[in-house]
Design a protein. Structure first.
Lengths: 221, 221
DNA sequence: TAGATTGTTAATCGATTAACAATC
DNA sequence: TAGATTGTTAATCGATTAACAATC
């Protein structure tokens, strides 16, 4: 060590760092998405500029975000895709498996169940529910469709942390209530309904149209 | 006028305001989503606090965002839902109809086609395409599934401004290329692929898993 | 009037960016 | 070595928030 730096300010393993700010956590998640896909495509290294092209986050911002946790890159080369994936997963504490319960065995539910989009990030659909008796028992991928009555038992037995609602608007609130009662703290809402939940529960409502409106504004102006 | 204010700094109709910042445009779009839904539910007025509960944006921030464009609220009462919808649509210049071409007549494509999620915001699916000859000609909602060969003609005839990709990863890039060549400037990508497009084209990749990772972080910490 | 909620200010904090030395 | 790209600084800009007067 030729310089007089103070002891490394980056977080050493095992020590609890400060909680990430909302912005940093959101950006890291997006980097992870791109990196996961890049890995699938066989890419071994990626530069902050390439990450910037895909995420629309400024490349300096990306280097800054990452360097806050360690020196993950190689000057002149870029970042190793695979190792950066593990690093970010570690920072976000999402390296493990997390179980999802999916509601609705219609077109959307089946599309979600058969997609890699959750699986790629360690989310596993452990149960699919539908209120329609004619759908109960049907096979969807590796799952058999269950009746909503089984919700409580499944949440406990399978350690479900996320409920995904792919149901008609009229059914969404009742299911949200059931999920809350069963102790699920994260609800991903694909219906258009505004859900009422207690403050400790997080609802994320999918809103592709909102993203389009936003893109359109910058296209029109 | 008893005070000596300078001429109103808010934008009078017809005058081109400055371009919104990314943040403001994003937040206004989210308010619009909630307001649209609140209107559906028959709500007549809404307070900045209620909007805050649904959007997770601080209520002061909401009042601040809105007051930059005019005095839309009524003290002690809140905002009129219907009028606020029109005001925001005006600000975002998305009051009109915009046409979408949808690719993929599988589960996801059919779910999108039959949902109100785009229709509620003035987006109309004017064509559905699929590469599979056995699906061409099939009826999906009011549309007949077309072969991708017709893409160019449809984009021109129907004034398509957005292409939505609900296709397998392997097919996404080729379709993106076709859309770019046909002059479409906004692509909404539901496949997991990283798409290569010229800089003037905007790609928005849907990433429910990213949103979940993000929610999970704050749940786990 | 009393209660509620907006519109707005002022102060703070975090995000963003350009620039560039370090170094692979 | 020459070229590329990271890691980091310093300066700026926008977002956020608490507080409160205005007013419905």
């Amino acid at each position: 060590m030729s310089t007089t730096e103070p002891t490394d300010a980056a977080t050493p393993d095992g020590m609890t760092p400060e909680r990430l700010t909302l912005g940093v956590a959101a950006r890291l998640s997006r980097y992870l998405q791109v990196l996961t896909q890049a890995k699938k495509m066989g890419k071994e290294t990626i530069s902050s500029q390439e990450l910037s092209d895909y995420t629309h986050v400024n490349s300096t911002q990306i280097r800054r975000d990452l360097s806050g946790f360690g020196k993950f890159g190689k000057r002149g080369v870029g970042y190793n895709v695979e190792s950066l994936v593990s690093q970010i997963r570690g920072i976000l504490r999402t390296a493990g498996q997390h179980n999802i319960a999916l509601f609705g065995a219609g077109h959307l539910g089946r599309a979600i169940a058969s997609s890699d989009i959750f699986a790629d990030h360690g989310f596993r659909v452990v149960a699919i529910f539908d209120a329609d008796p004619s759908k109960v028992g049907m096979e969807v991928g590796p799952q058999r469709v269950r009746h909503v009555d089984e919700l409580r038992a499944v949440v406990e037995d399978e350690d479900v942390v996320v409920g995904v609602l792919a149901v008609p608007p009229a059914a969404a609130q009742a299911l949200a209530d059931d999920l809350v009662e069963a102790g699920v703290k994260i609800i991903f809402n694909y219906s258009e309904t505004l859900l009422q939940v207690p403050p400790e529960v997080t609802v994320h409502t999918s809103s592709p149209a909102v993203d389009l409106l936003y893109a359109l504004y910058f296209y029109l102006t």
